[in-house]
Ligand binder design. Sequence first.
Ligand SMILES: Cc1cc2nc3c(=O)[nH]c(=O)nc-3n(C[C@H](O)[C@H](O)[C@H](O)COP(=O)(O)O)c2cc1C
Ligand code: SF4
Length: 421
Amino acid sequence: MTVDAFPEESAPQRSRLFAAGGPSLAEHDGRFGSLPEFRRPGALAALLDEAGLVGRGGAGFPTGRKISTATGRGAIAIGNGAEGEPASSKDATLLAHAPHLVLDGLILAGEAIGARELYMYVPTHSLATVRAALDERHDARWDRHHVKVIEAPDAFVAGEKSAVVSRVEGGPALPRDQFASTAVSGVRGRPTLVQNVETLAHIGLIARYGPRWFRSVGEPSEPGTMLVTLSGAVRAGGVVEVPTGVSIAELISHDGGTDPGTLRSVLVGGYHGTWLPAASLGDFQLCRPSLARAGASPGAGIVHALAIGDCGLARSADIVTYLAEQSAGQCGPCINGLPRLAQLLTDLAYGTTIPGTATEIRRIADLVDGRGSCRHPDGTARFVRSALDVFASDILLHNDGQCEALLTTATGHDSRKESRV
Ligand SMILES: Cc1cc2nc3c(=O)[nH]c(=O)nc-3n(C[C@H](O)[C@H](O)[C@H](O)COP(=O)(O)O)c2cc1C
Ligand code: SF4
């Protein structure tokens, strides 16, 4: 069941999730109206399948399919707003501006799986907003189900789904071995739906306006809008809502207010993501099918720009150092491999390098790949390989005691362009 068409006149394609204009229940109710109910088992999952909604937490898994899998006795639903990724602020922004849309999605997803327990897992800075929204719903008799709020620690791996499950069970927010999917066996062995908060907000909209409306914008294979955090060397950084499949060059120029020609590279997908050379930005759209050609993915909608005058190797070394520090230190690849990768990249970027360092970095990246309890080593290895590929010319210069970024800054233009002439 879906209700009236989306009020298009005041809600252009690019602002669906933020269309209410404010976080209060009155603004939410005024814009979107009451929350529909889906009484027929499987109805919501079927609607989401038809809409083609995929998760917005990074992996892009089909949401309807996950809801069908997590349905079962004593099921549990969790809204994941942990957002441990430093280059992302879209979940915090969404919770600050549209908490009720997220809660609507959690209620609907929880009802669809027959959940007995519903949780919102959010970092310290979002706790007050979420609690205030829940109080409003209670006072206005909007609370069809009780939702418990759990604080997520500020750590990169705290939002990984097995870490979320562990925290909800009262343990540390650390990933653990996963022998079955969380949807089948999560919190206390029960079917557990862990869904990113943006995914839940889209559910709140699709339930009201239907799959056709949702599919009316975006890349057909993963339609709708998505939130993007733009950061780094852009004039206008921040969170924007765009149709999936938007051109990355357009995103940088239109939303970021920045000429892509002033950039050296762009990191898509965040700290587990992939560098794209600035010259190639026009070839890529922000969606999985397009970015897959470069072995990349939009991840949780992260686009981080590196200026021509910045050293890609130095930025990459800093990120890998951070990632090595953020591991839970439980598995071999994180205990031994990640610190070694961080050290070697730091040597390449800042110190004296010995011949063969890049080859050794690649060897270790291959060694850690797929060997941890969670995908933290895999994501780090992907990021490291892309840094070696995209900044290959910088490695040669660094070996000669020079730096492309410094050359560019000193001459005021891009030395790579000169070298191509
Ligand atoms: C190291 C690591 C950190 C993650 N952090 C988050 C996070 O902060 N928030 C999130 O929604 N998903 C995060 N994920 C993905 C979750 O494991 C899970 O796939 C996601 O919450 C599912 O929601 P979705 O299907 O709505 O995207 C992380 C994954 C990894 C490997
Ligand atoms: S792979 Fe690393 S981050 Fe993942 S559980 Fe093991 S030690 Fe922790």
